[in-house]
Design a protein around this ligand. Structure first.
Ligand code: SPQ
Length: 428
């Protein structure tokens, strides 16, 4: 696909689609709750549709109308053994969180996905679930999918010090813990996105969070809810960066979720000297959301690491692009987790931005980016990774001479099917 290039101005407003992490979890909690759950502004992108499809296979009735998704939950025990293995597509969140739910069933389920999922590590989830009494196995004695979960109605609580900072691992353990016989304690390494914790409370359950320590009792039941998912800040990030680096720009992003475990990119833009403001912040069914406005800015390189990393892990590819347009050096560190996403995002970012003329090098746990560099045309690939594809389209906007051709552009439908159209609507 030939990308949009050489833009001299971006102006206007975009309402990005619903938050991916929250959309997945809204289906999962709706499925295990008793009663009807109605979800507005649900993200109808490939990953979240994989979650819907998986729960339908597990016997949960889920309706789709133009306005909302309606989940007819009948409690934990209503989940039924599927006839065949479940295909979760490209979605790491679906496979990992589902393993936690399946750990407490009295049946065996096999989960598989695409070529990217077949390379994503699962021991991080399988080991704590095994400790709780469930039996999980990767394909051919490896930790990689397909994975088989042999559930048990006799899950035991654990105290678990997380070896990685991962909301998916934490959430999988939480789902198992909610079915266990007693209280589970999870100690996080660094604070990660806390949508599961919020939804436990929203659906009528109890959870105690004290800094990095989380305590949750087992045998909890949930009640169906009505909820509205705010816009995804990880999707808004592409427009934020575009508005900061394309000349003469002012871009407004409305109804963006502002959960503090997700707003690291706003902190980074401020530290780099970028013009970013938040307005109209309000709580919609308990969720903080607001309008983010960015304007073309002169930027300075900074160091990004430590506790900030889990608060912007999925934004790092597009932040690396932002750094190519900042004066001086930007160092991204403590981000080795990028290597085990939909693709190795350190290698992919470095290779593809270098193709377009950036001065960027890979390190063991991040990247070093020397700015400011002029980008030029070239042939690039998303590697089938939605966030790499969208980042490369934002990079292409800066290319004054030559075409930018993106291979595997259709990967954007994993989280943002209308991305190219929404970006085009801002171009003058
Ligand atoms: O679902 P998937 O494929 O893992 O999606 C990604 C993404 O870029 O959309 C990661 F590749 O987001 C993860 C995120 O990186 C979604 C997520 C969640 O909803 O809990 C948590 C993060 O992953 P992790 O491994 O740090 O827990």
């Amino acid at each position: 696909m030939e990308l949009l290039t050489n833009k001299r101005e971006l102006t206007g407003t975009v309402e990005v689609p619903g938050d991916k992490s929250m959309s997945h979890r809204s289906i999962m909690f709706g499925a295990i709750a008793e009663g009807t759950t109605r979800i507005k502004h649900f993200l109808r992108a490939d990953d979240c549709m994989s979650t819907i499809a998986a729960f339908r296979v597990l016997g949960v009735e889920i309706e789709e109308t133009d306005e909302e998704i309606i989940v007819h939950g009948q409690g934990w025990d209503a989940l039924k053994q599927p006839k065949d293995a479940i295909n979760i597509g490209n979605s790491g969140t679906t496979i990992r969180l589902l393993m936690g739910i399946l750990a407490g069933t009295d049946f065996t389920t096999t989960l598989y996905g695409d070529d990217s999922i077949a390379k994503r590590p699962m021991n991080r989830v399988m080991l704590p679930l095994k400790e709780m009494g469930a039996n999980c196995e990767g394909h051919a004695e490896t930790e990689f999918p397909p994975v088989t979960v042999i559930g048990t109605k006799n899950l035991q609580p654990i105290t678990y010090h997380m070896p990685v900072s991962s909301a998916q691992v934490k959430s999988a353990i939480l789902f198992a813990a909610l079915q266990a016989d007693g209280e589970t304690t999870i100690i996080e390494k660094k604070k990660t996105r806390d949508h599961s914790e919020h939804m436990i409370r929203q659906f009528g359950g109890e959870i105690d969070v004290d800094g990095l320590t989380i305590r949750v009792k087992g045998k909890q039941k949930f009640v169906g809810q009505t909820m509205t998912v705010p816009g995804d800040i990880s999707s808004a990030a592409f427009f934020m960066v575009a508005g900061l680096v394309v000349p003469n720009s002012q871009v407004h992003l409305t109804n963006v979720g502002l959960n503090p475990t997700r707003t690291g990119i706003v902190d980074v833009i401020e530290q780099m000297g970028g013009q970013v403001t938040i307005s109209d912040a309000s709580r919609n069914t308990g969720k903080l959301a607001g309008t983010i406005t960015v304007e073309t800015s002169e930027l300075q390189g900074i160091e990004i690491g430590g506790d900030l990393i889990p608060r912007l892990i999925d934004e790092l590819p597009v932040i690396a692009l932002l750094a190519t347009q900042a004066n001086g050096t930007t160092i991204i560190k403590d981000a080795a987790e990028l290597k085990v996403k939909e693709t190795n995002r350190i290698d992919a970012v470095v290779r593809e931005l270098t193709t377009l003329g950036a001065n960027i090098e890979a390190t063991e746990d991040g990247m070093i980016i020397h700015g400011k560099t002029k980008l030029h045309g070239g042939r690039v690939t998303s590697y089938g990774d939605h966030r790499i594809g969208m980042m490369l389209q934002v990079a292409a906007l800066l290319v004054e001479e030559g075409a930018v051709v993106l291979e595997k552009a259709d990967a954007v439908s994993v989280s943002y099917p209308d991305f190219f159209e929404d970006l085009a609507s801002l171009c003058k």
